[in-house]
Design a protein. Structure first.
Length: 219
């Protein structure tokens, strides 16, 4: 991995932050996207406390997988430890996203998994979107909660209890897609709940929807 590859990843991660504002998943400076630097124990992540308008490729920071700053003019995101923990423990993960998107966060506030009551939930998440444990920021608790919950699930999204969604993907773009999708299904199932009781999908149908979407369409 050369310096030019890292600078390309800085651009990718900066551009992907625009998707968070475009889909109204974040306010103020909340929310963050990171990408693993392939083949190195490094990641590119959003700086802390910088407004979305100022998130240029140059503003992104590079850290090691313990969150130590390697390259950049700003401090890394306050959620860096959680991202780093995920990369250390889930080698298949190439991107991590965190937001406080309102509908998904409302489910997290109730500590309630989003039930798999839509074909698109089966497609994207392979079942219910799970809830992770309550965890305080400042040590490995959030990262550990994400990894423990997602390691036993097909879902690329976890609703951390009383906090909000974290999503993973094979790359940062896939993790952003999961962040957009989890907010969309959280909103739709919320509406369904207001009007009645959503109908569950039988497990064998969930399995075949997930297999078809993941294998035929690819991710
Ligand atoms: Zn947060």
């Amino acid at each position: 991995m050369t310096a030019s590859a890292i600078s390309e990843l800085r651009r990718t991660v900066a551009d992907l932050h625009r998707e968070l504002t475009r889909y109204e998943l974040v306010i103020w400076t909340a929310g963050n996207v990171s990408a693993r630097v392939p083949g190195q124990d490094l990641m590119v992540i959003k700086p802390s406390g910088v407004s979305y308008d100022e998130l240029t490729p140059e503003a992104m920071v590079v850290t090691d997988l313990h969150g130590n700053l390697v390259e950049g003019d700003h401090s890394p995101s306050s959620d860096t430890a959680a991202h780093a923990y995920v990369y250390r423990h889930m080698p298949e993960v190439g991107g991590v996203v965190h937001t406080h998107s309102p509908y998904a966060t409302a489910w997290a506030a109730r500590g309630e998994p989003i039930p798999c009551v839509l074909t698109m939930i089966a497609d994207e998440f392979g079942g219910d979107v799970p809830v992770g444990p309550f965890a305080l920021i400042g040590d490995d608790s959030i990262g550990r909660g994400i990894v423990e919950t997602l390691s036993g699930s097909r879902s690329p999204a976890v609703l951390m209890r009383n906090h909000g969604p974290f999503t993973i993907g094979k790359d940062a773009r896939a993790a952003v897609k999961a962040a957009v999708m989890v907010e969309d299904v959280a909103r739709t199932v919320h509406f369904a709940h207001q009007l009645g009781t959503p109908k569950p999908i039988e497990q064998h149908h969930i399995d075949s929807l997930y297999a078809r979407y993941q294998n035929v369409y690819g991710q």
